[in-house]
Design a protein around this ligand. Sequence first.
Ligand code: PLP
Length: 491
Amino acid sequence: MEYFSTRGGEKVSASLAIQEGLAPDGGLYVPARFPAYSIEEICDKSYVEMAAGIFSLYLREFSPEQIAEAAVNAYLPNFPKAVAPCVGLGDTGVLELWHGPTAAFKDMALQVLPRLMKLAGSRCGNDRELVVLTATSGDTGKAALEGFKDVPGVKIIVFYPKDGVSATQELQMRTTGGSNTYVIGVEGNFDDCQTGVKALFADAGLNRQLAENGKQFTSANSINWGRLLPQIVYYYYGYSQMCRAGRVELGAPIDIAVPTGNFGNILAAWYAKKMGLPVHRLLCASNENDVLTEVLTTGVYNSRRPLLKTTSPSMDILVSSNFERFLFDLSGNNAEMTAQWFRDLRESGRFTVEPPILAAMQEAVYGGKADSAQAAATIKKVYDEYGYLLDPHTAVGYTVVEEYWRSHGREYPVLLASTANPYKFSQAVLEALGLHVENVRETDMPQLLEDHTGVPIPESLRQIASLPVRHNRFCAKDKMRDTVTDILRLA
Ligand SMILES: *Cc1c(COP(=O)(O)O)cnc(C)c1O
């Protein structure tokens, strides 16, 4: 399988696409075509079998044994109880994607990516040290740190917005072990971090300096194809579980709802549909930062607005990188048009798609939003009704599903991607349940929530309270380059 950039250019191998992350022209790598993956025997397959099967279709240059080994090592030891169980709440199947080491769905891909990068590196004959450069709104950072920690020939540098992540998320990152991990709090928001990281990737002088020192940048953000590919798998798996549970007949369509930030997770569901998963429509759920709801309603993507802080910080994003891949697809792989849209976005903070593209977009995806108060009300309602705790991101998704049912009727069963364990966001969940937290230290909140609900804290989160803080670096948003050259001793 070959890959090309959403902004044109030469075709490249999967290995190169995964090693580079971002294409040299600033575009994102997409596969030349989407192979079919049959649902016929889906109910007999384990998660690992499904993962190996789907990876093989896109990574023809690796042997089936290499791929199977990567899937086994990623999912068996690191998801000890279950990889992605699906819990039924009424007509909704809640696909719990947070049973990995960091309790958010990013583990599903970031336990695989380092293994794919290693295969890709030996394939390309590349012996440079990889420097994984990552901007995080909270969950990617820790998941990437855990995935790449102590991997030989790799350093990982994570930038997070100092006041834009939850106390648990920050503590998770700053207590990370490993001799190759670097964590930096940026005085700015997530978009500042992401813009800063993109500028470093595009910095020709810096890249030359790296090469002279035997190093090379790569990305663990969802712009990397190696992160998107593993996410396709769990939509198939979720569907198989809905079939097994008798919620849907094999072959009958479902809707898939995804709480969305960078449009990566939901794009993987779109790709699953292109491969043959029976999906009627995708429900794209946003919080107050509702750029996606707006573009899906009006055809105008407008990032010129303040970034609002919400209780679902991993969705506090105004520039959704992976939306570019979706638009490229809907435009019929029109690289010129795609490049123009994203040039407009960079230069004027907005772009407009033509009516036929808007219509295609709306056919594929419904855009809805829920604010923090609505998400809180949903957390309370679902807890009262089912004794089940939703995290604030998944609660945004659940709220949009209910709103969609009200406006469109309840035609298809819904698979809802549950993107984080509620204990990553204990304060918001406690407040949603009506508990008073004014005098409680943030680090004590998970225990309070457990005492109140009896829902167990995941082991990985229970441990961090007693781990030493190892990372104490902070920087201004215009000093990210200096920080990197300092860490890599390039200055
Ligand atoms: C990253 C994240 C999201 C958003 O996922 P995208 O792929 O960026 O759309 C939603 N919820 C949680 C908990 C996350 O960590």
